[in-house]
Write a protein that binds this ligand. Structure first.
Ligand code: OGA
Ligand code: NI
Length: 377
């Protein structure tokens, strides 16, 4: 190898090492041009229609269904259940307002997440690992050991249950991190269970007449979900020098039953409907809730796990916190037998979390590949 080729190789290695440190690091070093590593193909960049038509900008023209959680608990429950079913069937997403989690709990979660990313890199680096099975994982992009093109995001992921086993693995800095996050985890878990109870009812599975208690089989799924998994993902999207060339997160669907997404006031989430990308307008202290792959399977395709992505901007850091909920990792997920019959045969094969993790670590879990690998017909 000639000396100049050795130099080129070394420069490339230095660059690669730098990208592995994440985008907060790059942004803090004041880069003014987006490195090639982050430049997405034209057809996949923001503001482009997915099928390469005339470029579109979709700003606030998507009104996601709004579900009022307090209303769900009152005399209007049956109407709200209909709205919930409609949202899960046609959007795969809804905004949840009046959810009952105190404002200081949600704002503290965003704030402590933000403060984690403001720690010196050496502190954050302690949690960096490529091991998908690790109870806590700090990293960058989507799948930093596999991604060809990188995404403009850093993340902290941690598992939440059993809480007493997981807690010692969580970051010990900022000093109030564990205390604030435990409260947030308990509140979101409870909210998730209440939402799932409503969702099961909206699928027509629960019997609500007075003389019959809820069917055993729907109780089972709720019991499984009570003991289920909860993964918290704190996303940090720092200001990006050329946001129109890149993405904060590539198109993907979430694996679980439901994701509860909490975001600050900076917009960035986009969802794909009818082949086009729409920006979701943040509603202060609400949740964006979406159907995950496991619920699509459970409902035999009635409720949709919809593709979404994140875009970035040049001026403001954006923080989002996604709470992904499912059954315990060893539980088999299958279409609920009551929802399948001759006219509506089973559309997905059995799956479990372990199978998903194997799949995710062996290939790029982009788009709806995993779910598609489970489809029977
Ligand atoms: C996720 C996700 C979107 C966002 O964490 O799975 O889709 O806006 N996040 O950060
Ligand atoms: Ni997601």
């Amino acid at each position: 190898m000639s000396p100049s080729m050795v130099m080129v190789d070394e420069t490339r290695k230095e660059e690669e090492d730098l990208y592995q440190k994440g985008v907060k690091h790059l942004s803090e070093n004041g880069i003014t041009k987006l490195p090639k590593k982050y430049v997405w193909p034209v057809s996949e960049r923001p503001n482009n229609a997915t099928k390469g038509e005339v470029p579109y900008t979709f700003k606030s023209n998507l009104n996601l269904p709004i579900i009022d959680f307090a209303d769900l608990q009152g005399p209007n429950r049956s109407q709200v259940l209909k709205a919930l079913a409609n949202a899960c069937e046609h959007y795969g997403f809804f905004q949840l307002v009046n959810h009952g989690i105190p404002c200081d709990v949600t704002s503290s979660m965003v704030d402590v997440g933000k403060r984690f990313f403001e720690l010196p890199f050496e502190e954050r680096e302690k949690y960096m690992t490529s091991n998908m099975y690790s109870p806590v994982r700090y990293g960058t992009s989507f799948n930093q050991t596999k991604d060809g093109v990188f995404s403009w995001r850093d993340f902290l992921k941690f598992m939440c249950h059993p809480l007493s086993d997981m807690l010692p693995h969580w970051p010990s800095s900022p000093l109030d991190f564990r205390k604030l996050v435990v409260t947030y985890v308990n509140e979101t878990k409870y909210l998730f269970l209440m939402l799932m109870e409503a969702i099961i009812e909206s699928l027509g599975l629960a019997i609500t007449t007075t003389n019959i208690t809820r069917q055993d089989d729907t109780d089972n799924i709720l019991e499984e979900l009570k003991d289920g998994s909860q993964l918290m993902v704190v996303n940090c999207y720092p200001p990006c020098p050329e946001p129109h060339l890149t993405l904060g997160m590539p198109p993907h669907s979430d694996y679980g039953f439901l994701t509860l997404l909490l975001q600050d006031e900076v917009e960035g989430l986009q969802i794909q409907l009818r082949e086009k990308w729409f920006t979701v307008q943040p509603i202060p202290s609400s949740f964006v809730v979406n159907v995950g792959d496991h619920l699509e399977i459970f409902s035999n395709g009635r409720y949709k796990s919809v593709l979404h992505r994140a875009i970035v901007n040049s001026t403001r850091t954006r923080i989002s916190v996604a709470s992904l909920h499912s059954v315990p990792v060893t539980t088999t997920i299958r279409p609920w037998p009551k929802l399948t019959n001759e006219a509506n045969p089973r559309r997905y094969m059995d799956t479990d979390f372990a199978t998903f993790l194997k799949y995710a670590s062996s290939s790029e879990p982009k788009k709806k590949n995993f779910l598609e690998s489970r489809i029977l017909i």
